[in-house]
Design a protein around this ligand. Structure first.
Ligand SMILES: Cc1cc2nc3c(=O)[nH]c(=O)nc-3n(C[C@H](O)[C@H](O)[C@H](O)COP(=O)(O)O)c2cc1C
Length: 232
């Protein structure tokens, strides 16, 4: 129940008061973001943390001048891989095998299979796929912030191209995906703070299905199982 109460408490804060959040809380939120699951465990994203006022001022200029960018304590920026490559995937898998004391070739078959699938899908799909993973981590950070009673504003309202240029990301293999100012609400000046939370009602949001609702699409069952790739 605690999580639900925390999620009800949080809201996309429109006005922050400039107060700093304690380091332990920032670390906690970042750790929750780091522990997020990702497709194939690749963690195809990282988080940039900014508290430098001069840099935040510049970022605000590319973020529709949203005041939270400069009134926050810290700004988190998720950046995700702009594409997949054998080297990138192998690099993560090698680290994973080292951590688990397994030989590097343990997941070779699986690694080659996903790389083939990603290559077929093209670079645009790849960048989109990596960006989607970053949003899972972003959501974890939002929930962790709420648990810590730290306010946060999820934001896509910025010009990613410009932000990437400002942060020297061009040519780095990463692109910014989403940003999260963290701080504390300025209750007296925030028009949203006392508004009732709006969500689509449960009966319209949750859809239960049975076999009777399914089509009779006659796809042959897949011959391979995931275990064919992942088992040594
Ligand atoms: C991916 C994403 C991008 C968003 N971008 C912005 C933004 O740029 N500026 C802003 O003030 N709110 C932004 N929001 C906040 C949403 O409008 C808000 O989460 C939604 O209306 C639900 O309200 P609540 O978060 O207060 O419960 C964004 C939310 C999400 C999840």
């Amino acid at each position: 129940m605690a999580l639900i109460e925390d999620l009800k408490w949080r809201y996309a804060t429109k006005k922050m008061n400039g107060q700093k959040i304690p380091k332990e809380k920032l670390d906690y939120i970042l750790e929750a973001a780091r522990l997020a699951p990702s497709s194939s465990g690749l963690q195809q994203y990282k988080i940039i943390v900014i508290s430098d006022r001069a840099l935040l001022e510049k970022i605000k200029g590319f973020s529709y001048h949203q005041s939270q960018i400069t009134d926050c304590s810290h700004l988190l920026i998720w950046i995700a891989w702009d594409g997949y490559s054998d080297d990138r995937i192998e690099g993560v898998f090698n680290d994973m095998m080292d951590e688990r004391n397994l030989p590097h070739n343990t997941m070779d078959s699986y690694r080659k299979t996903i790389l083939n699938l990603y290559e077929e899908a093209g670079q645009e799909w790849q960048a989109h796929h990596a960006a989607k993973q970053s949003y899972i981590s972003f959501a974890m950070a939002i929930a962790a912030a709420a648990e810590q009673k730290v306010d946060a504003t999820p934001m896509e309202g910025f010009i990613a191209e410009k932000l990437d240029e400002l942060l020297n990301l061009k040519g780095s293999g990463y692109k910014s995906t989403v940003i999260l100012p963290l701080g504390y609400r300025q209750t007296e000046n925030d028009w949203l703070v006392n508004m009732k939370k709006f969500r689509i009602p449960k009966d319209k949001f949750i859809v239960e299905m049975t076999i009777d609702d399914a089509s009779d699409i006659a796809e042959p069952p897949m011959e391979q199982t995931l275990d064919d790739f992942t088992q040594k």
